[in-house]
Design a protein around this ligand. Structure first.
Ligand code: P6P
Length: 336
């Protein structure tokens, strides 16, 4: 029987390769794994427990909040509060920074950005959803309260990022900047077990992922690129959950785009807790992540914790193709 490597074992083993590791990041990643198991249990029972349906409020993005959104948000915050390894959190569900209480004997060096349940509009129709997270080293001194300076950091400064996909199986994929590894939850053990070591994405794929319903609202260069995808007989796969759409592309190759539209002139997706963490994963797996203005996502200046960005990411050769279309068809006056 093949040796089972649990997420905890893998994280601890990986820590040994960092000389100055204090164990804080290890414990923080482990706590995220614990919170994900709790969220997974509720997501899997959503149809049985009175937890479906819209909560009625709106979140920081102005999206209607589903009850499971709140549950996922609260579980993640509770887990990280109890551990004392995280100083503060920015969540899609909260307009302001969540400053966690200090735990006796702990001097938290890290802060977390998260979309606790991405794609939550899919919940009521039993389509997969996910959690996205990113971890920064705090800039503020441990004697100070954490603040915006700890979060207004470029994606390139992320210490770790990852996602949990609550799909046909539950898989946690993360990177600390040295490659990407995937862990599948074994319900019989209650453990995330290493199932996809050292993930490297294909240079090309047969899929493109974009909300084709907005085609007429995209700028001409994006429409021309989508036309080319159609001419190349690529298959459109888009389920309205960034984690699910990108998980397919990570393993089978392809390109995901969320361009600017009239409704979202700067793009819809959030830079801090959707674009940057997923861009780090894609780059670490050998792909490319840029904006529709061709800037590297991870190099974007962050000036607001709920800032939006356009994004095109996935297989390197396909993103290069898209770059050529933008260079060829975009009018100099086009504003993004
Ligand atoms: P649209 C989900 O709400 C989300 O933030 C991403 O997970 C997803 O890719 C996108 O928005 C879907 O947006 O406008 O196509 O429904």
């Amino acid at each position: 029987m093949k040796k089972i490597t649990t997420l905890d074992e893998f994280i601890i083993k990986s820590q040994k390769s960092y000389n100055d590791a204090t164990g804080q990041l290890t414990r923080l990643l482990r706590d995220i794994g614990i919170a994900s198991k709790i969220i997974n249990r509720e997501v899997n029972m959503a149809g049985l427990v009175n937890i479906l349906g819209v909560h009625g409020d709106e979140n920081a993005s102005g999206d209607k909040v589903q009850k499971l959104d709140i549950f996922a948000n609260e579980r993640m915050i509770d887990c990280l509060q109890n551990s004392g390894e995280c100083a503060a959190i920015v969540s899609e569900e909260n307009k302001e920074i969540i400053i966690l209480d200090k735990v006796k004997g702990k001097d938290p060096q890290y802060v977390l950005v998260m979309d606790p349940l991405d794609g939550s509009s899919n919940i009521d129709v039993n389509v997969s959803v996910g959690t996205i997270f990113g971890i920064y080293k705090r800039k503020s001194n441990v004697s100070q309260d954490p603040g915006k300076e700890d979060f207004l950091q470029k994606g390139a400064d992320l210490v770790a990022s990852g996602y949990v996909l609550y799909g046909t199986s539950t898989i946690l994929v993360y990177t600390t900047g040295n490659g990407v590894n995937g862990f599948t939850l074994d319900p019989s053990l209650g453990e995330f077990c290493l199932s996809h070591p050292d993930i490297k994405m294909p240079d090309r794929g047969n899929y493109y992922s974009v909300n084709q319903g907005y085609y007429l609202k995209f700028d001409v260069e994006i429409r021309r690129f989508i036309d080319q995808c159609n001419d190349d007989n690529l298959r459109l796969r888009y389920i309205g959950s960034m984690v699910s759409d990108l998980h397919r592309i990570l393993f089978q190759g392809g390109i995901f785009l969320y361009p600017n539209t009239r409704k979202y002139p700067h793009g819809k997706l959030r830079l801090l807790y959707e674009c940057n963490p997923m861009a780090m994963i894609i780059e670490q797996a050998g792909g490319i992540a840029i904006t529709c203005k061709l800037d590297r996502v991870l190099e974007l200046d962050v000036h607001d914790i709920h800032q939006r960005s356009t994004i095109a990411l996935g297989s390197a050769a396909m993103v290069d193709d898209m770059k050529a279309f933008v260079a060829r068809y975009s009018s100099p006056s086009t504003s993004f």
